[in-house]
Design a protein around this ligand. Structure first.
Ligand SMILES: C[S@@+](CC[C@H](N)C(=O)[O-])C[C@H]1O[C@@H](n2cnc3c(N)ncnc32)[C@H](O)[C@@H]1O
Length: 266
């Protein structure tokens, strides 16, 4: 395994993300994915029986379980054993049956089928080459199907990037020390377990990159995927300008969706 996926995997084995359902009981699978579907004008209820969904880099499975809650057949895939274990527990706790879990690296997906809707949220920017990872993900969308990505913005993430340097100076090489430094700096008190998970992912990740909306639209075009919507008022005609406004608003993470054309040979 390449050293970046290996380091990323070790990190998530230690800090399975987001662990929301694990640390906090108030998780509602019936609605949890609504927020990541809003830019498409959809809700979790629109994901019913007969639909095949693939969630690449599902983490602890809150979104996958929500997409499966109303009956869609979901394949939830991740490299991290600890995250998948938490995802399984969440599915069991909520009686969600139309979900299967796969441990795999997205660069060598053990799947021969394609899917109606593929999600990969917060994953590609942790891969050695996000463009190459994109092509592995996009291949799994059926012609006419949808792809939804979640990525770190180049500009929206700037303040976090500066803070990341600061926490490195304050906490040194040790991840736990840096998390403590981030908690002291940002909230003045020691973090809860859930906060620790979020601080780790946001501030001490071993490998993160930033992908401009313009780059994503270029990937879409090359893969015959038509833009259908995005979060944070992304204007596909002026992606650079949109992204510049995210700097002031600190919109570090954005969602972008596209539909694969029916007649294409990707
Ligand atoms: C920030 S978490 C996102 C979790 C989930 N998608 C969400 O949005 O709540 C990133 C996840 O991607 C997974 N991941 C990173 N690189 C991967 C790879 N090469 N193959 C499969 N999963 C990967 C990690 O294990 C981790 O669970």
């Amino acid at each position: 395994m390449d050293s970046i996926p290996c380091r990323v995997n070790q990190f998530y084995e230690r800090y399975p993300y987001p662990s929301l359902a694990h640390f906090r009981g108030r998780y509602d699978p019936a609605r949890h994915s609504d927020r990541i579907l809003a830019h498409l004008g959809l809700t979790a209820r629109d994901f019913g029986p007969g639909q095949r969904i693939l969630d690449i880099g599902c983490g602890t499975g809150e979104i996958s379980c929500s997409l499966a809650f109303h009956g869609a057949q979901v394949t939830a895939l991740d490299l991290c054993r600890a995250s998948l274990q938490r995802a399984r527990e969440t599915a069991e706790r909520h009686g969600i049956q139309s979900i299967s879990f796969v441990r795999a690296d997205l660069h060598c997906l053990p799947l021969s089928t394609s899917f109606d809707h593929v999600f990969s949220l917060g994953v590609l920017h942790h891969c050695p080459d996000s463009g190459q990872a994109f092509s592995h993900v996009a291949r799994r969308v059926r012609p006419g199907g949808l792809l939804t990505l979640g990525l770190y913005s180049v500009f929206g993430k700037l303040v976090d990037r500066l803070q990341r340097q600061l926490f490195f100076c304050l906490g040194g090489r040790d991840q736990e020390n840096r998390i403590e430094a981030a908690a002291r700096f940002l909230q003045g008190i020691p973090p809860s377990d859930l906060e620790r998970t979020y601080l780790a992912d946001k501030h001490v990740h071993p490998h993160e990159t930033y992908v401009s909306a313009q780059t994503v639209l270029g990937w879409f075009k090359a893969a015959d995927i038509e833009f259908v919507g995005a979060s944070s008022s992304l204007n596909p005609a002026q992606p650079l300008l949109s992204e510049l406004t995210w700097l002031g608003k600190r919109k570090a993470f954005y969602l972008v969706s596209g539909r694969k054309r029916e007649t294409q040979s990707f």
